[in-house]
Design a protein around this ligand. Structure first.
Ligand code: NAP
Length: 556
């Protein structure tokens, strides 16, 4: 297909290169965006700061890293050939296999030629005169693009904790979200892990098998459900493949979280104690995230939630032999599921090992890190290596790292100082032609990410095709639409138990970050319908024009 005259006319003038669209990031979102836009004949450049494609699966190589959504569902659906061909080996694919899949996709769809690796996007500036973006990259070049798509990922800005003495530690320090590419081996070492979120819960059992001694520093206990990971049989794979049309349809349209699963039709308090316990036992035996689908009100009603939380606390007490350790591992400060629920293989049982110690930082906080130890209030815990499983500046962190200036030179960072504001999680008013994939205000991290990624990419690609057919060059969210959407996102969140937890969904893990529930909780099916309706009504809530429109209202 040929490049599009209406979109590329303005992009020829300045800069080292001119594109119809620049995509930031070559993870699952960036790769599919490239595929779709190139399929429309657009000239596209993808910049990726990593040394290869794969995004989160390129960086998160810590021991035990694997997806907590089943592999047959955590995969692209846009190509039936691809989903029929690819052989996932396990129920939950390990990181290396997902990365291999990402590389396979890049090769199979010949994406690499348009992806520039090892290149960070430092700055993006909207030129109101020409209605184009100037994109400055770490190689010192400036590209011009009509559209910019941020495919930067929700959990890609690893967060180093601000702990006194950290830089003085003499041994190796690792962050789970930025793991080295060379093999790591903790054999014979005394290892400390700080943090007990999903990344720690996956890595602790594996590190414990290698290390001479492992000390886990826990600030907040988390709920975790056994993964029950296993090799996939040929029959299981075939059953999925046969039923993919319905599985994918259900995940997109009916599931709240983009995962095909049996949905509950009753609340936890509608059943008596014995029936309820039997249902939780069945879900525990099956394993995985769908534990929270035992009943339809677990995340809405605290009394219902208490029954599920109590069940999991009981399981922890059954598994962990030392009653003191079991008690520390039992979460008691947030409803189950109000923080991202974890999925593990032998996490709680690991604390029965003689070489594993749990330190409860609530009662015994870290004072400082010494060259050879972590000092807590009660004493020193000697270690040779330190693993920081301390999470990410989620959802906004990777966007905020880029210096993005929109209309009138206003930066996105300034605009989002009180919390992210978007219309549908897709665009932010004052930043024309800048799209965000799975941005704050969309279901994103509350869903199977690939389902949400595909929906956003398709919506953006269709939107650009709509504009092209009509000779339109600029799209921008209106302030009214954005304000209404932000209010709606908050209103829906407040109807649930989610805001009760100090979670990264709320920005609560970053000191000073505004506490706002960032993802849209209405469910992927409802959200998709809203996005489709907006498009069907001629992109209601957006202004489209042939050149940069004068904003109707002052910037918020
Ligand atoms: P996380 O859930 O944010 O957990 C970070 C942990 O570090 C928390 O336990 C936190 O304690 C602790 N922490 C942070 N700063 C600390 C400090 N200064 N001192 C002591 N403890 C500190 O991060 P994550 O485990 O990397 O997971 C993030 C998200 O990534 C997950 O929720 C999930 O969505 C995704 N993920 C998915 C998978 C998967 O698919 N299997 C695997 C890993 C991650 P507090 O809770 O007290 O703040």
């Amino acid at each position: 297909m040929s490049a599009l005259p209406s979109m590329s006319a303005n992009t020829q003038a300045a800069g080292d290169a001119a594109y119809d669209a620049v995509v930031v990031g070559a993870g699952f979102a960036g790769m599919y965006m490239l595929h779709r836009l190139r399929g429309q004949g657009l000239k596209v450049r993808v910049y990726e700061q990593g040394g290869d494609v794969g995004g989160t699966w390129y960086w998160n190589r810590y021991p035990g890293a694997r997806c907590d959504v089943e592999s047959m569902q955590y995969s692209y659906s846009f190509s039936d050939e691809l989903q029929q061909e690819w052989n996932w080996s396990e129920r939950y694919a390990p990181q290396a296999e997902i990365l291999k899949y990402a590389n396979h996709v890049a090769d199979r769809f010949k994406l690499r030629g348009d992806i520039q690796l090892n290149t960070r996007v430092d700055r993006a500036t909207f030129d109101e005169r020409t209605s184009t973006w100037q994109v400055a990259t770490s190689d010192g070049r400036i590209a011009t693009a009509k559209f910019v798509v941020l495919a930067t990922g929700c959990l890609s800005n690893a967060r180093m904790p601000d702990i006194k003495g950290l830089s003085e530690f003499k041994g190796n320090v690792y962050h789970t979200g930025h793991w080295p590419h060379e093999p790591t081996d903790f054999t014979g070492l005394r290892v400390g892990v700080i943090g007990t979120g999903s990344s720690a819960i996956q890595s602790v059992p594996v590190i414990a098998q290698q290390a001479r001694h492992l000390t886990v520093f826990q600030r907040t206990a988390n709920f975790s459900i056994p993964a029950r990971n296993a090799e996939l049989t040929v029959e299981e794979r075939e059953a999925f493949r046969r039923n993919y049309p319905e599985i994918r349809r259900f995940a997109r349209e009916e599931a709240r979280n983009g995962i095909y699963a049996e949905l509950p039709d009753r609340g936890a308090l509608d059943d008596g104690d014995n029936t309820r316990r039997a249902k939780y036992e069945a879900r525990w035996a099956k394993g995985g995230l769908t534990f929270m689908l035992a009943y339809n009100n677990l995340i809405l009603d605290k009394a219902a939630n208490d029954t599920a939380a109590g069940f999991v606390r009981g399981k922890i007490a059954e598994i962990v032999r030392d009653p003191e350790t079991a008690k520390r591992l039992q979460p008691d400060d947030h409803p189950i599921g109000s923080k991202r629920i974890c999925v593990d293989t032998d996490y709680y049982a690991t604390f029965n090992r003689p070489n594993v110690t749990l330190v409860d930082l609530k009662s015994d906080p870290i004072v400082e890190i010494l060259p050879n130890a972590v000092r807590t209030r009660t004493g020193d815990h000697e270690i040779d290596a330190l693993v920081l499983a301390t999470g990410f500046d989620a959802m906004t962190g990777s966007v905020a790292k880029i210096d993005i200036s929109g209309r009138g030179g206003r930066t996105l960072k300034q605009k989002w100082a009180e919390g992210p504001r978007t219309y549908l999680g897709l665009m932010s008013q004052g930043f024309p032609n800048l799209f965000i994939i799975t941005g704050p205000g969309s279901p994103s991290v509350l869903s199977n990410m690939i389902v949400s990624i595909e929906q956003h990419v398709d919506w953006i690609a269709d939107c650009l095709a709509f504009m092209r057919e009509r000779g339109l060059e600029v799209i921008e969210a209106t302030k009214e639409a954005e304000d209404q959407w932000v209010a709606h996102v908050n209103e829906v969140a407040q109807q649930t138990l989610y805001p009760q937890a100090n979670s990264w969904y709320m920005g609560a893990n970053i000191p000073g970050k505004p506490r706002i529930f960032m993802p849209y909780i209405g469910g992927v099916g409802v959200y998709r319908q809203i996005c489709n309706d907006v498009a069907a009504k001629g992109y209601e809530g957006f202004v489209m024009s042939q050149s940069a429109p004068v904003p109707k209202m002052a910037a918020s």
